[in-house]
Design a protein around this ligand. Structure first.
Ligand code: TEU
Length: 544
């Protein structure tokens, strides 16, 4: 168990547009990240992951890349990124870049060539298809709404876009495409980064283009040649380097994730899956209002804990990212200051004691909340705006739509990091590109750094614990009391050590089951335990 094993790492995710603005244009930039490097060191994380900073028309905030080798001017220059990597390394922080290679922007040179000339070699970089009738080639749906094929009258063909119409899917079956993408990865390895997050990487191998009963997912999710392609990518790029990689896997399975992340298969180091974040969907449908299904949450997390470990594979563990609402508003309780503080600490503890690599999304460490927007004009995200129009067309009432958006929109995560109680939360000297929740006077980094009891201090302690105690990284997991209404309980075991983790997800004290023995050393705790009951949103970890 090497001291520098990447498995002991904690990753901090940065969404540059909302992190810190140094130019006053209302959008974050690379210099803004450099400015906060000491803060990241203070937090104690090992890696920072930057969501895409490449040239992009920004229809999907950088997940629509128009040039893999250039930096988006809005974020800065290539020299800024060099400085960022240098400043990070100086502080023993590693840098991961986001690689989006399932699709490119339609502004990418490859697509522009492909689009204007049917005989161009670039045509086969994408999926252009004819249809036998008036309908698109298949009935597959875009993840952002509508059919996944866009018609081009000039050639009477359609191209495939699983996401926005400006994000055209790349044809990985074409070896030229694959090698062009490996060149991109190698360029950034030579640049000096330490790892990669691969966007929707389990969608790269499309199966047959046939009509679907399930919006098309079954044809391209964990598709027929995906493992072969990832192994090939590994061999041509990072495989023999000291790098950490994580693949974002959409609607995947445990079996496939073991294959993606099993070290002997030489694909990726680890995987993200989202099943535990669909526990407030109705029948798998995101654009609904639903409460957390607590049993389902425990069941899914534990199924993955038990399924993927013991040397089989490696998971990323996370509550938040730039696509998900803020966890304290979602599975915790932001209705009072006390419940926000306690539930954010409890959620952090319950997650960071699991096996896997924890990811902290900017602002999560200070318990930032959803902004609770009330007007459609406050939203910026292409997916949310599409969903709004689709729900309107389907006859939903405006208030109902706004309620759903305020629970589910990706913009919930995208409001700026609240640095201070000053103007614009210390994020910009101009005006932020998206509204800032009005709780920044209390919830901000400056205040959290001064308060010894803050959520931030809980996160710092959890990170230190992971670095100090091997049981958190390597220990096996034993789920307990799975049917309990309010408690999330499990044990970790390593050699002769046992740690017990108990978390109360409810807003009132809960009696501990009579056979729970709390003797041992308290490793971390928030809230209190009195007369055999654990307080509302409290959590405790005991080394026994
Ligand atoms: O997201 C992939 C993905 O499927 C989601 O998490 C997506 O945001 C969700 O399904 C919407 O309901 C990745 C990126 O994280 C996301 O920001 C991009 O928009 C998307 O890929 C396309 O590149």
């Amino acid at each position: 168990m090497a001291q520098n094993d990447w498995r002991k790492s904690v990753v901090y995710q940065i969404y540059p547009k909302s992190f810190n603005d140094t130019t006053g244009n209302g959008e974050g930039d690379l210099q803004g990240i450099i400015e906060k490097m000491d803060y990241l060191q203070y937090l104690g994380v090992d890696y920072i992951w930057l969501t895409p900073v490449y040239e992009s028309p920004m229809n999907d905030n950088g997940y629509d890349i128009s040039d893999y080798y250039k930096i988006n001017e809005a974020f800065g220059t290539i020299e800024d990124l060099e400085t960022l990597v240098f400043e990070a390394h100086k502080r023993e922080l590693k840098v991961m870049l986001d690689i989006v290679i399932n699709h490119t922007s339609t502004e990418h040179e490859w697509f522009k060539e492909a689009y204007k000339n049917k005989n161009s070699p670039y045509r086969d970089y994408y999926f252009f298809r004819r249809s036998a009738n008036e309908c698109p080639p298949t009935n597959w749906e875009s993840k952002f709404g509508g059919n996944a094929w866009k018609y081009d009258a000039s050639t009477d063909e359609y191209y495939l876009h699983l996401f926005d119409v400006t994000q055209a899917d790349l044809n990985w079956d074409n070896p030229e495409v694959r090698h062009a993408l490996y060149d991109v990865i190698n360029y950034w390895i030579d640049f000096g980064v330490d790892g990669f997050r691969f966007d929707v990487i389990n969608l790269i191998s499309k199966g047959e283009f046939k009509d679907s009963e399930k919006i098309g997912k079954e044809f391209y999710t964990d598709g027929p040649r995906v493992h072969e392609y990832l192994h090939e990518m590994n061999r041509h790029t990072f495989g023999d380097k000291d790098m950490m990689t994580v693949g974002e896997m959409s609607s995947t399975t445990i079996g496939d994730c073991i294959k993606y992340s099993n070290e002997h298969r030489q694909e990726l180091s680890s995987v993200f899956n989202f099943h535990h974040l669909k526990v407030d969907y109705i029948n798998g449908e995101k654009w609904t209002n639903a409460k957390l299904d607590f049993h389902k949450l425990k069941q899914i997390l534990m199924e993955w804990q038990l399924g993927i470990y013991n040397g089989k594979g490696w998971n990323a563990i996370f509550w938040c990212n730039h696509d998900q609402p803020r966890v304290v508003s979602r599975f915790g309780d932001d209705s009072t200051e006390e419940s926000r503080q306690q539930s954010a600490k409890m959620l952090a503890t319950v997650l960071h004691m699991l096996q896997g690599t924890p990811y902290i999304y900017q602002g999560e460490e200070i318990g930032m909340t959803d902004p609770h927007f009330t007007d459609i004009n406050q939203y910026r995200d292409v997916e949310s705006l599409n969903a709004y129009h689709n729900m309107k067309n389907a006859g939903y009432d405006e208030q109902e739509i706004l309620k759903i958006l305020s629970q589910k929109s990706r913009d919930n995560a995208r409001t700026p990091v609240q640095w201070t109680s000053g103007t614009q939360a210390g994020f910009t000297s101009g005006e932020s590109w998206i509204d800032i929740p009005n709780n920044f006077d209390k919830i901000n980094v400056e205040a959290a750094m001064q308060d010894e009891q803050s959520i931030l201090q809980t996160y710092r302690r959890l990170i230190q614990l992971r670095h100090e105690y091997d049981i958190i990284t390597y220990g096996s997991v034993e789920p307990l009391y799975m049917n309990h209404e309010a408690l999330f309980v499990y044990k970790r075991h390593l050699d002769d050590e046992t740690w017990l983790i108990i978390a109360n997800f409810s807003n009132e004290p809960v009696d501990l089951p009579a056979d729970i023995i709390l003797t041992g050393e308290v490793v971390i705790q928030n809230g209190h335990i009195e007369n055999g009951a654990i307080g509302a949103y409290s959590a405790i970890v005991v080394a026994q």
